[in-house]
Write a protein that binds this ligand. Sequence first.
Ligand code: HEC
Length: 533
Amino acid sequence: MMRTGTVVACSAAAVLVAVAAGPIEPGRVAASSQQKVLRLATTTSTVDTGLLADILPDFQARCGCRVDVVAVGTGQAIELGKRGDADVLLVHSPEQEAAFMKEGHGIRRDDVMYNDFVIVGPTGDPAGVAKASSARDAFRSIARAAAAFASRGDRSGTHTKERAIWKSAGIDPAEEGPQRPSWYLSVGQGMGETLAFANEKQAYALADRATWTSMQGRLPSLRRLFGGGSGDENPDRDLRNQYSVIVIDQARHPGVKAALGLQFADWLLSKPTQARIAAFGRDSAGRSLFYADSDEYKATDRVRVESGGRSRTFTLGEIAKLRSTTLSGVEYIGVKKGRLGRHAWTGVSLTDLLLALDPGIASKSRSTSTIEVVSSDGWTASFTWHELFGSVSRGEGLYRAKGCNECHGLKAEGTRPEGKRPAPKLLGETYPVGDTTAMIRSGTAQHEGITAYTADRLSDADLAAILGWLARPNQAGTDDVFVVPPPRRIAMLAYERDGRPMTGRDGLIQLVVGFDEFASRYSHWVSEIRVRY
Ligand code: HEC
């Protein structure tokens, strides 16, 4: 018997939740079983936090259907999908999901939302996790102190992440059998149960922030020891926790209701539902528990431009009236999805757009300006004035094309990002070519832990040119100008891809940068452009 919000334990780890559009009275259960039913297999966190109970009634009212939620670990949810025992999945284990799609079980997979993981543990913190600089570091201290650690042990997304952290820490605690260290406790249950267990046993645990935030009031012996006060403050980027929706393929599993599944995915990714996801938790927990992340949510159809004391918002229609530019064969690289193929992009170049608002910007007297391009998902791409309106030396161009700017700053001025290792100022310094090449190639010495620049990513000659510019930044000779193949010289806001307007989840306005040598630098949903002096 199921009523609104009733939680019924089905097996050791599975929880079946029915969220009805309206209360179903006992006498009406038979009639309601005639209703269309969507089977959603998901991870425990979407239920334990109360998110699904909050958003699903809206979908059920729209589809005139009932959603049966099976809340298990991601691994089990994926198994249900493989057997055709679910119509849609809402899960969080990118690697397992990619394999699932490759095997052909799903027809569509889209990003829905994300939050992050934190490490919680006993208030006394016997292993000193609060002092760790990364999750890997924290796990090493736990193992060194042989302090109790509660593992989900259920092949969930969180469990998969936890095992990956142990591996990167160079430790591999056996999960069962005589080899299992006595401090490693495998719970084999959902996030809520695992946290309750850790609370009772004074154990450490890896938890998704959403479940932790919504339950922490009931866990007096535990506190958050690593991960910062919010997702933005989390010092370890590897702790990001991405959720996706997957619609199961009916051709592969005939019992599946793919049309209803697609309707569900479209609804989940739509702007109104995403806004509700983004707001969820603000009242009850005092802060959002998930960051809404669908392409449709982030897509923009207007851009605010600020330059030379003026500002104006350009709508998509207004942008399309400016002189257009097409860039062909530019590789589209998603932040999370990787290489997505080569495309022809049409839009307005950044220079034309800025000149439309502020004709004086091309003047040499403005050459110290920095142009910041801000996306709706919070990313910022910065350009120097010289990149857009002047010319740059080969070494300077390569410095940015090869991504040194990501850590050392746009003008090699050095950065001190909160919670991360500061990257020193390089401009004006002379570095020996031989030692620096060795450090950058191997990812050791000062670059310990930084992805190694192999020879195919950065040649010896290019590195020498970068070091030459750093040592003598103001000596850009005329024969030393960074020459990029002409079709790639443009930074632009694109509104058409391969001749077709970009709509909905493809994003309406994206920034495409052509002058990167091995890839376009960014492809995001631009909402604002600011020129700073
Ligand atoms: C992911 C971030 C990151 C990237 C990308 C990066 N660096 Fe670094 N780099 C650092 C950090 C952090 C340090 C300082 C490490 C320390 O000493 O703790 C550093 C140190 C250096 C140093 C030594 C500085 C000194 O004064 O000791 C040089 C030289 C250097 N980087 C050059 C480069 C070049 C050239 C590139 C691009 C090809 C590059 N780095 C890309 C993060 C980065």
